[in-house]
Design a protein around this ligand. Structure first.
Ligand SMILES: [Zn+2]
Length: 240
């Protein structure tokens, strides 16, 4: 069995390749979040990789689904080896004691927390949350600009983006204040989930209520939005 990695939405997705007599390329995500691909020997590795890349959004969705079904949401203790979901992909947390600058970095499927006082768990959490907030600012701002570009015919002015960690909703829109609020927790999910919430909030600048015109608008700009909405529901939060 060979191990390979491709890039999906800028995130590394590893898969095991099994060569066997199958007609096409088969791909499955196992409940432990590993990806297994079977392909005939006649299929080149480039073709297999291309296939896995095209399946990227589907893979990310399934990895997150399995992950979230199992996840104990209060379990994150900021210990070495803890699993942290970032944009739908499980990352392993490593802690390093440093003399110099404290902070967080992400390489491949590892999130590294560099800290001076290694025994201080509250500080670990504080440093991690500060990093998460910075990531949220960048990722959410990007999503808002990208989606606004697709809605250019509606002349929606870029709203103010507020980021908060919320227990009961993914986001909200105040069209009178020209402001949208997004939940930091969204960063655990694949990018299309974030895009869906951003599109939902921006759509309120065109259709204020959750009426038929509003949902038609969502389908027009994101035909598969219900899939991503469904995935967000697995975390026990429905309100948007
Ligand atoms: Zn809404």
């Amino acid at each position: 069995m060979e191990q390979h990695t491709v890039n999906c939405n800028g995130l590394p997705v590893s898969f095991a390749l099994i060569r066997k007599k199958v007609k096409n390329i088969n791909l499955r995500v196992k409940p432990d979040s590993t990806v297994v691909v079977s392909a005939n020997r006649t299929v080149s590795i480039e073709q297999v990789k291309g296939f896995v890349e095209r399946k990227g959004p589907w893979i990310l969705k399934n990895i997150s689904r399995f992950a979230l079904e199992k996840e104990d949401r209060s379990a994150l203790q900021f210990r070495e080896g803890d699993i942290i979901y970032y944009l739908g992909i499980p990352h392993k947390l490593t802690i390093s004691a440093v003399e110099g600058k404290e902070g967080v970095s992400r390489e491949g499927r590892t999130i590294r927390l560099s800290i001076r006082d290694n025994s201080n768990f509250a500080l670990r959490e504080w440093i991690f949350n500060r990093w998460l907030k910075q990531q949220a600012e960048a990722v959410f701002n990007d999503a808002v600009e990208r989606i606004l570009a697709g809605l250019d015919r509606y002349w929606i002015e870029k709203p103010l983006i507020t980021i908060r960690t919320m227990k009961s909703r993914w986001g909200s829109c105040s069209f009178t204040k020209r402001k949208i609020t997004l939940n930091t927790e969204l960063l655990k999910f694949p990018l299309p989930c974030i895009d869906y919430v951003v599109l939902h909030e921006l759509a309120h600048f065109v259709h204020h209520k959750h009426d038929r015109a509003f949902y038609n608008f969502l389908s027009q700009f994101m035909p598969d939005y219900k899939e991503w909405q469904q995935l967000l529901k697995t975390a026990g939060i429905e309100k948007i």
